[in-house]
Design a protein around this ligand. Structure first.
Ligand SMILES: O=C(O)CCC(=O)C(=O)O
Ligand SMILES: [Mn+2]
Length: 210
Protein backbone atom coordinates (compact mmCIF):
# COMPACT_ATOMS: atom_id res chain seq x y z
CA UNK A 1 0.00 0.00 0.00
CA UNK A 2 1.26 3.50 -0.78
CA UNK A 3 1.78 5.80 2.18
CA UNK A 4 -0.64 8.77 2.22
CA UNK A 5 0.77 11.71 0.30
CA UNK A 6 1.62 14.79 2.29
CA UNK A 7 -0.36 17.95 1.70
CA UNK A 8 2.82 19.93 1.15
CA UNK A 9 5.00 17.46 -0.69
CA UNK A 10 3.77 16.74 -4.19
CA UNK A 11 4.20 17.73 -7.79
CA UNK A 12 1.26 20.12 -7.90
CA UNK A 13 3.23 23.28 -6.99
CA UNK A 14 1.57 23.51 -3.59
CA UNK A 15 3.80 25.45 -1.26
CA UNK A 16 3.39 25.78 2.44
CA UNK A 17 2.57 29.26 3.82
CA UNK A 18 4.03 29.83 7.28
CA UNK A 19 1.41 31.11 9.70
CA UNK A 20 1.12 30.42 13.44
CA UNK A 21 -1.76 28.20 14.55
CA UNK A 22 -2.51 27.33 10.92
CA UNK A 23 -1.65 24.92 8.14
CA UNK A 24 -1.86 26.53 4.73
CA UNK A 25 -0.63 25.60 1.29
CA UNK A 26 -0.94 27.58 -1.90
CA UNK A 27 -0.44 26.93 -5.61
CA UNK A 28 -0.66 30.16 -7.59
CA UNK A 29 -0.94 28.30 -10.89
CA UNK A 30 -2.71 25.08 -10.03
CA UNK A 31 -4.39 25.34 -13.45
CA UNK A 32 -2.76 27.15 -16.38
CA UNK A 33 -4.67 30.27 -17.54
CA UNK A 34 -6.34 28.66 -20.57
CA UNK A 35 -7.70 25.77 -18.49
CA UNK A 36 -8.77 28.09 -15.66
CA UNK A 37 -10.62 30.37 -18.15
CA UNK A 38 -12.40 27.36 -19.65
CA UNK A 39 -13.48 26.04 -16.26
CA UNK A 40 -14.68 29.51 -15.27
CA UNK A 41 -16.83 29.90 -18.42
CA UNK A 42 -18.32 26.41 -18.04
CA UNK A 43 -19.16 26.81 -14.36
CA UNK A 44 -20.56 30.31 -14.84
CA UNK A 45 -22.92 29.07 -17.56
CA UNK A 46 -23.85 25.64 -16.21
CA UNK A 47 -24.32 26.28 -12.50
CA UNK A 48 -27.78 26.83 -11.09
CA UNK A 49 -26.79 29.94 -9.10
CA UNK A 50 -29.03 31.05 -6.24
CA UNK A 51 -29.03 33.98 -3.88
CA UNK A 52 -29.75 32.55 -0.43
CA UNK A 53 -31.01 34.47 2.57
CA UNK A 54 -29.29 33.96 5.91
CA UNK A 55 -30.70 34.65 9.35
CA UNK A 56 -28.78 37.18 11.46
CA UNK A 57 -30.38 37.99 14.84
CA UNK A 58 -33.65 36.60 13.56
CA UNK A 59 -33.69 38.81 10.48
CA UNK A 60 -33.32 37.54 6.91
CA UNK A 61 -30.52 39.03 4.80
CA UNK A 62 -29.79 38.19 1.19
CA UNK A 63 -26.21 37.01 0.82
CA UNK A 64 -23.97 39.42 -1.14
CA UNK A 65 -23.04 36.69 -3.66
CA UNK A 66 -24.59 33.70 -5.44
CA UNK A 67 -24.03 30.11 -4.36
CA UNK A 68 -24.52 26.48 -5.31
CA UNK A 69 -23.85 23.28 -3.39
CA UNK A 70 -22.93 19.96 -5.00
CA UNK A 71 -21.99 16.67 -3.42
CA UNK A 72 -22.45 12.96 -3.07
CA UNK A 73 -26.04 11.72 -3.06
CA UNK A 74 -27.97 12.69 0.00
CA UNK A 75 -25.33 15.00 1.48
CA UNK A 76 -26.70 18.11 3.14
CA UNK A 77 -25.05 21.11 4.72
CA UNK A 78 -26.26 23.84 7.07
CA UNK A 79 -24.85 27.18 8.10
CA UNK A 80 -26.38 30.46 9.30
CA UNK A 81 -29.88 29.01 9.10
CA UNK A 82 -29.48 27.81 5.49
CA UNK A 83 -30.00 24.13 4.76
CA UNK A 84 -28.59 23.04 1.46
CA UNK A 85 -29.39 19.73 -0.17
CA UNK A 86 -26.60 18.73 -2.51
CA UNK A 87 -27.08 18.77 -6.27
CA UNK A 88 -25.29 15.96 -8.05
CA UNK A 89 -21.76 16.20 -9.41
CA UNK A 90 -21.28 17.51 -12.94
CA UNK A 91 -18.44 16.30 -15.20
CA UNK A 92 -16.63 19.63 -14.69
CA UNK A 93 -16.87 19.45 -10.89
CA UNK A 94 -15.79 15.80 -10.91
CA UNK A 95 -12.78 16.68 -13.01
CA UNK A 96 -11.71 19.45 -10.60
CA UNK A 97 -12.30 17.21 -7.60
CA UNK A 98 -10.16 14.49 -9.16
CA UNK A 99 -7.31 16.95 -9.87
CA UNK A 100 -7.39 18.37 -6.34
CA UNK A 101 -7.56 14.94 -4.71
CA UNK A 102 -4.60 13.79 -6.80
CA UNK A 103 -2.62 16.86 -5.73
CA UNK A 104 -3.45 16.75 -2.04
CA UNK A 105 -4.09 13.07 -1.31
CA UNK A 106 -7.40 14.05 0.30
CA UNK A 107 -10.95 13.02 -0.55
CA UNK A 108 -13.83 15.48 -0.79
CA UNK A 109 -17.53 14.58 -0.90
CA UNK A 110 -18.97 18.05 -1.48
CA UNK A 111 -18.24 21.48 -2.85
CA UNK A 112 -19.64 24.94 -2.18
CA UNK A 113 -19.51 27.29 -5.16
CA UNK A 114 -19.57 31.05 -4.64
CA UNK A 115 -20.02 33.56 -7.44
CA UNK A 116 -18.83 37.09 -6.63
CA UNK A 117 -20.55 38.99 -9.43
CA UNK A 118 -18.50 42.17 -9.04
CA UNK A 119 -16.59 44.28 -6.51
CA UNK A 120 -19.66 44.68 -4.32
CA UNK A 121 -20.03 40.98 -3.61
CA UNK A 122 -18.23 39.68 -0.55
CA UNK A 123 -18.01 37.08 2.19
CA UNK A 124 -17.93 38.16 5.84
CA UNK A 125 -15.40 36.99 8.43
CA UNK A 126 -16.01 33.38 9.42
CA UNK A 127 -14.34 30.06 10.19
CA UNK A 128 -15.37 26.87 8.44
CA UNK A 129 -16.00 25.15 11.75
CA UNK A 130 -19.41 23.53 11.34
CA UNK A 131 -19.57 20.21 13.21
CA UNK A 132 -20.22 18.29 9.95
CA UNK A 133 -16.70 19.18 8.82
CA UNK A 134 -15.05 17.38 11.72
CA UNK A 135 -12.35 18.70 14.00
CA UNK A 136 -9.54 19.70 11.65
CA UNK A 137 -11.04 19.90 8.19
CA UNK A 138 -8.98 20.02 5.01
CA UNK A 139 -10.63 22.61 2.80
CA UNK A 140 -9.46 23.04 -0.78
CA UNK A 141 -10.32 26.40 -2.30
CA UNK A 142 -10.01 26.89 -6.06
CA UNK A 143 -10.37 30.40 -7.50
CA UNK A 144 -11.44 31.15 -11.09
CA UNK A 145 -12.03 34.44 -12.89
CA UNK A 146 -11.16 37.82 -11.39
CA UNK A 147 -8.55 38.04 -8.64
CA UNK A 148 -9.89 38.96 -5.20
CA UNK A 149 -8.13 39.52 -1.88
CA UNK A 150 -8.62 36.81 0.73
CA UNK A 151 -7.83 37.81 4.32
CA UNK A 152 -7.15 35.75 7.42
CA UNK A 153 -7.24 37.21 10.93
CA UNK A 154 -6.36 35.47 14.19
CA UNK A 155 -9.33 35.24 16.55
CA UNK A 156 -7.43 35.71 19.85
CA UNK A 157 -3.81 36.78 19.27
CA UNK A 158 -4.06 40.44 18.45
CA UNK A 159 -0.31 40.72 17.77
CA UNK A 160 -0.79 38.46 14.76
CA UNK A 161 -1.12 40.61 11.67
CA UNK A 162 -3.96 40.00 9.25
CA UNK A 163 -2.69 37.98 6.30
CA UNK A 164 -3.83 39.13 2.86
CA UNK A 165 -3.56 36.73 -0.06
CA UNK A 166 -4.46 37.71 -3.60
CA UNK A 167 -6.13 34.70 -5.18
CA UNK A 168 -5.84 34.79 -8.97
CA UNK A 169 -7.84 32.59 -11.34
CA UNK A 170 -6.37 29.10 -11.42
CA UNK A 171 -4.96 29.29 -7.87
CA UNK A 172 -5.54 26.69 -5.18
CA UNK A 173 -5.43 27.40 -1.44
CA UNK A 174 -5.54 24.58 1.10
CA UNK A 175 -6.56 25.26 4.70
CA UNK A 176 -5.89 22.36 7.07
CA UNK A 177 -4.83 21.43 10.60
CA UNK A 178 -6.23 23.75 13.24
CA UNK A 179 -6.55 26.79 10.95
CA UNK A 180 -10.33 26.97 11.48
CA UNK A 181 -9.92 27.00 15.29
CA UNK A 182 -7.70 30.07 15.36
CA UNK A 183 -8.33 32.09 12.24
CA UNK A 184 -11.28 33.66 10.49
CA UNK A 185 -11.23 34.41 6.80
CA UNK A 186 -13.25 36.50 4.39
CA UNK A 187 -13.41 38.49 1.16
CA UNK A 188 -14.20 42.20 1.57
CA UNK A 189 -16.06 44.35 -0.91
CA UNK A 190 -13.68 46.56 -2.84
CA UNK A 191 -14.05 49.96 -4.46
CA UNK A 192 -12.16 49.28 -7.71
CA UNK A 193 -14.49 47.75 -10.30
CA UNK A 194 -13.80 44.08 -10.95
CA UNK A 195 -15.40 41.30 -12.98
CA UNK A 196 -16.90 38.06 -11.73
CA UNK A 197 -15.01 35.50 -9.69
CA UNK A 198 -15.99 31.91 -8.87
CA UNK A 199 -14.59 30.19 -5.80
CA UNK A 200 -15.05 26.49 -5.09
CA UNK A 201 -14.39 25.09 -1.63
CA UNK A 202 -14.13 21.31 -1.60
CA UNK A 203 -15.01 19.79 1.76
CA UNK A 204 -15.46 16.40 3.37
CA UNK A 205 -18.72 16.19 5.31
CA UNK A 206 -18.14 13.48 7.88
CA UNK A 207 -21.57 12.98 9.38
CA UNK A 208 -25.14 13.62 8.35
CA UNK A 209 -27.01 15.79 10.83
CA UNK A 210 -29.74 13.90 12.72
O1 LIG B 1 -14.19 33.01 -1.87
C1 LIG B 1 -13.29 32.61 -1.14
O2 LIG B 1 -12.10 32.64 -1.46
C2 LIG B 1 -13.63 32.10 0.25
C3 LIG B 1 -14.82 31.20 0.29
C4 LIG B 1 -15.08 30.69 1.67
O3 LIG B 1 -14.46 31.06 2.62
C5 LIG B 1 -16.13 29.68 1.88
O4 LIG B 1 -16.81 29.28 0.93
O5 LIG B 1 -16.30 29.26 3.04
MN1 LIG C 1 -14.77 29.75 4.38
Amino acid sequence: MNPPRSLFDDASHLESIALVDAELAFAEHFYPPAVADDLFATLLAQTHWRQESIQVWGKAHRQPRLTAWHGDDGSAYSYSGIHLQASSWTPTLLRIRRDISAATGHEFNSVLLNLYRDQQDSMGWHSDDEPELGRNPVIASLSLGAMRRFKLKHTTRKEQKTLALDLPGGSLLIMAGDTQHHWQHGIAKQTAPIGPRINLTFRQIIAAKP
